[in-house]
Write a protein that binds this ligand. Structure first.
Ligand code: PLP
Length: 489
């Protein structure tokens, strides 16, 4: 039988000058690692020979230390297989002080934002893969074979340069391909040196918060709005100022009334999340004029506007900005898949050096392999082809969902949202408890998001956000009938 590869040991520092013998020091190090969880029950350990070689000592102290750990029940040795951390550990002696998790949160110096203020993705509807899951593209329509070919080819021919530390802005080939794509499809006038490849929109938002804001700086956030943006800005210790959204998008005058000197505004002008409205031309001008006058930044999250089913995609807000106040964020999460974790940020030229420095301090630079494959996908037209194909599929899904909602839920609800992206909102009658409804639906395997969870303030409109990207038209009527029962319960 083939032996499994040897395990790795914890870091144990041996000091020959200490009076405590080497085997005792080794025993202490392993016992501590087992008790504090660095070594897990069942985990394979290195052989005594390998460990002795790694530590540069003879095998005798290693064998003695392991024998003592076996005798006390911390490790088990299996003939022919090696040594493992015991599946059932002996009770720790009273002296092995363990921290209760609850105490850790209260330790001084731990984070300025309490995790309870962050929405995160812990709610049950985010876990489900059932009908109406939001933000989920049609995985079964993804060109998996083409993607696998591209990734394999680039993995096989990674150059030493691509294997080394890279540019905090990302791979030049991908940034060049994206600059051409954005100029053509999104009227984003930018050069490749303004584009930073990020790990999805979420990192772009977090980075913008870190690089642009001081703690307690006021930031306008659409109300209702995208909880991911709220969390990222809270991490930067921003003071969130909710600004209402109406049929023309963010109400700029209301924003000015609430916080005239805000440092930034977060908007989804091409397809508001979650209500799906498009920001009118007049509001776009007002927003850019306010930003110019006050020296504020506008963070444009253009997360799904490639998908519009009535005519051509709208131009971006970035394309109207004559004063370099707009930071434009895009993502591959909707067109390809969110597990890829790749997005991009278009940065005003005078801020590029600042963002580069912050990125360097944060996680150095993005992983190279997928960027190389993506560069080829975008440059050689596969990406645009996939986009066109998916536009037809999602357009048909949106029409099917509209029709099924009218048929199954009837007059009890109202659909809102432009024919774009792959979510819509059904508004519920005043007083409906959308949070409870969404929890019940989740228990039945239906994944809808309560609209109230997208509000910062207390005055909320009840409703449900339904995704249709990964839900086939044939599944919709039956799932809606089940949802209707929950609504009437
Ligand atoms: C408004 C909005 N922005 C961005 C994203 C995508 O985020 P990411 O690129 O981090 O996957 C989503 C996904 O649901 C979203 O709804």
């Amino acid at each position: 039988m083939k032996r499994p590869p040897e395990g790795l040991g914890p870091v144990v520092t041996l000091d020959r000058r200490r009076a405590r013998p080497l085997h005792q020091q080794l025993y202490d190090g392993y016992r501590e690692a087992i008790l504090d969880g660095r070594l897990r029950p069942g985990q394979r350990l290195p052989s005594t020979r390998t460990l002795a070689e790694d530590l540069g000592i003879s095998r005798i102290p290693v064998v003695t230390a392991f024998a003592q750990l076996v005798a006390e029940g911390y490790i088990e040795s299996r003939v022919g297989a090696g040594s493992f951390v015991s599946a059932r550990l002996p009770d720790p002696p009273v002296t092995a002080a363990r921290q209760a998790p609850a105490d850790r949160a209260r330790r001084p110096g731990v984070r300025r934002v309490p995790p309870s203020r962050l929405v995160a993705r812990s709610e049950p509807w985010f876990d489900l893969r059932g009908p109406f899951r939001i933000a989920q593209p049609a995985f079964d329509e993804f060109p998996a074979a083409l993607w696998a070919r591209l990734v394999a080819r680039h993995a096989q021919r990674l150059s030493p340069k691509q294997m080394a530390y890279g540019d905090p802005m990302g791979l030049p080939a991908l940034r060049e391909a994206l600059a051409a794509h954005l100029r053509t499809f999104r009227s984003v006038a930018c050069t490749p040196d303004q584009i930073m490849i990020v790990s999805g929109s979420q990192q772009a938002l977090a980075l913008a918060g870190q690089a642009l804001l001081m703690p307690r700086d006021p930031v306008w956030l659409e109300e209702p709005g995208y909880p991911g943006a709220r969390d990222a800005l809270l991490l930067a210790a921003a003071r969130i100022v909710p600004v209402p959204v109406d049929d023309d998008g963010l109400d700029v005058r209301a924003g000015i009334a609430r916080s005239p000197r805000a440092r930034a505004a977060y908007v989804t002008p091409s397809h508001h999340y979650p209500l799906g409205v498009v920001m009118s031309a007049a509001r776009r001008r007002e927003l850019l004029e306010w930003a110019r006058r006050c020296g504020a930044w506008v963070i444009e999250d253009d997360y799904d506007s490639e998908y519009r089913y009535g005519g051509e995609p709208l131009a971006s807000l970035h394309g109207l900005d004559g004063d370099a106040r707009v930071l434009y964020i895009g993502t591959f999460s909707k067109i390809l898949f969110p597990g890829l974790r790749v997005g991009y940020l278009v940065i005003p030229k005078d801020l590029v050096a600042r963002f580069r420095t912050f990125r360097d301090a944060m996680d150095l630079f993005p992983a190279t392999l997928y960027q190389a494959a993506l560069a080829e996908l975008v440059r050689d037209g596969h990406f645009a082809r996939h986009l066109r194909r998916m536009r037809r599929i999602y357009g048909a899904r949106r029409r099917a969902l509209d029709a099924a909602i009218v048929e199954e839920l009837g007059a009890a609800v109202r659909i809102v949202g432009d024919h774009a992206g792959f979510h819509l909102v059904v508004l519920l009658p005043p007083g409906a408890r959308d949070h409870e409804i969404a929890l019940r639906a989740a228990r039945e395997g239906i994944s809808v998001v309560p609209l109230s969870s997208c509000y910062v303030g207390r005055r909320t409109q009840p409703g449900l956000v339904l995704g249709f990207g990964s839900t086939r038209p044939g599944q919709m009527p039956e799932a809606l009938r089940r949802l209707k029962k929950i609504l009437h319960a």
